[in-house]
Design a protein around this ligand. Structure first.
Ligand code: SIN
Length: 473
């Protein structure tokens, strides 16, 4: 397979004296050896983004949009190839990779359109000789730090918005999955995005590269998707230069099933909310909270449905659930499951994981003294807890420091409104197990982050509002 393996800087492919291995998570097979960028290469990328910004911000917005639209077309043309790259390095089932490529392209397509709608404002002044104009300007060159779980979509959600507004970018993909980002850079190049507007630096020295971004006066904003712990550290670093920051951090999503829910619909939604990407998603349902009268019916059908999911190598077309990313992930999942079982939870499906290919695990009788109630499991583990009534279910749902997404299943309109308003989350799925879409603002409250991605609001994170006060003389 033809793979880009070098850093993409100022329109050129830069090799490095050091390289790092990218392995298939299923069996550890070597997929590629990728450039491990040194200090100088990262500085070159930052400088290129700084220089390119001067022209890119002035390029007419519809032209920026047209270039982005070309990238979306090229992604559609190459979707099978892009999906295979994603599965090889991330491990996810090929059908999920294909869905991800389309999801990723939908952000580029969306922001290609939004580029033409960067509206400012005029506001009536309180003075006859005064005029108030509010302009929207790009924040400047941005650093985009993206995770391994959705290597295309987490990048395009940032990159699409940034480029549409007129920002230039230096992307730093996760070291487990750099190949998808490099494949996307190839397509940006082919589409004719001017040199220096998109740069991709790859490497294993995450902290050092992050520090270079924060120390740079050229980089005006950092956008990060990843763990809450790293997000907190980046906030501290951003303080020094008061850099703009967007953070899409961890979740601990509740999935509430109220007594009047359509059980079959709830089970179908639960399978998507829990097992998409092997449960390795910030929006994965972590805690199933079942109102007592419906608990038994939901549990039986859910457990039966999980037993049918096929676990295996991502490239195998029969696979529903690919492996988790690495052995560290297996150890964390095992630890959380063992802790829950030791404290009295019951295993209804699956087994304590021993390898990366983890069959769905369902655990009942979860309580709040178990670590799995508070920590994002990031794997195919569903935990069930019973609530005596609706009020208790919603209280349990909010019993977390995270607030990215919450799901609720109920057929009653009043309950839908009450729950959606009561749930402390940036996004709520009402009878819906998949909230992710380019048209909606994605983001969290509490420790799940700052800012919104996707939708027209996604453009705000890359814009500065400049107020111009004009006195007529
Ligand atoms: C994430 O896991 O961070 C987001 C996944 C999505 O966009 O659905």
């Amino acid at each position: 397979m033809d793979l880009a393996r070098d850093a993409y800087v100022d329109g050129s492919w830069l090799a490095a004296s050091k390289r790092f291995a990218v392995n298939d998570p299923f069996d550890g097979e070597l997929v590629a050896e990728v450039a491990d960028c040194d200090v100088a290469t990262v500085e070159r990328a930052i400088a290129a983004a700084g220089t390119a910004f001067l022209a890119w911000r002035k390029q007419p917005a519809p032209e920026r949009g047209q270039l982005l639209a070309k990238v979306a077309v090229l992604m559609a043309r190459d979707e099978a190839r892009l999906a295979e790259i994603c599965t090889r390095e991330n491990g996810k089932a090929l059908k999920e990779s294909l869905a991800e490529v389309r999801y990723a392209a939908s952000f580029i397509h969306w922001f290609a359109g939004e580029a033409e709608r960067i509206y400012g404002e005029t506001v009536p002044s309180s003075r006859g000789d005064g005029r108030i104009t509010v302009l929207r300007e790009p924040v400047g060159p941005c650093a985009l730090i993206t995770p391994w779980n959705f290597p295309y979509a987490m990048l395009t959600r940032k990159l699409g918005a940034a480029l549409a507004v007129g920002c230039t970018v230096v992307c730093k993909p996760a070291s487990q999955t750099p190949l998808s980002a490099l494949a996307l850079a190839q397509l940006c190049h082919e589409a004719g995005i001017p040199t220096g507007v998109v740069n991709v630096v790859t490497g294993t020295e995450h902290q050092r590269i992050g520090q270079q971004f924060f120390a740079s006066k050229t980089i005006r904003k950092v956008s990060f998707t990843g763990s809450t712990r790293v997000g907190q550290d980046l906030m501290r670093q951003a303080a020094e230069d008061v850099k703009r920051l967007s953070l899409e951090l961890g979740g601990n999503a509740p999935f509430v099933v109220l007594e009047d829910a359509d059980v079959d619909a709830a089970v179908a939604g639960a399978l998507v909310a829990k097992f998409r990407n092997s449960g390795q998603s910030c929006v994965a349902a972590n805690r199933f909270i079942l109102e007592a009268p419906i608990a038994e019916a939901f549990t039986q059908k859910f457990v039966a449905a999980t037993a049918k999911l096929v676990v295996g190598r991502g490239l195998d077309p029969a696979t529903d659930i690919g492996p988790v990313i690495d052995d560290k992930a297996v150890a964390k999942i095992r630890q959380l499951v063992e802790d829950a079982l030791a404290k009295g939870a019951r295993l209804l499906q699956g087994a304590v994981p021993a390898s990366r290919a983890i069959a769905p695990i369902v655990i009942a009788g979860v309580t709040r003294d178990m670590a799995i109630w508070h920590e994002e499991v990031f794997g195919p583990v569903a935990t069930l807890r019973i609530a005596k009534d609706q009020a208790e279910a919603l209280e349990m749902a909010n019993d977390t420091d995270a607030g990215l997404v919450a799901y609720v299943y109920t057929s009653n309109g009043t309950n839908q409104v009450r729950a959606a308003e009561a749930l402390q989350a940036g996004m709520v799925g009402v009878n819906e197990g998949l909230v992710s879409t380019a048209q909606a603002p994605f983001g969290g409250v509490k420790q799940s982050g700052l800012g919104r991605e996707g939708s027209r609001h996604g453009m705000d994170d890359y814009s500065n509002y400049k107020y111009v006060a004009t006195k007529l003389v």
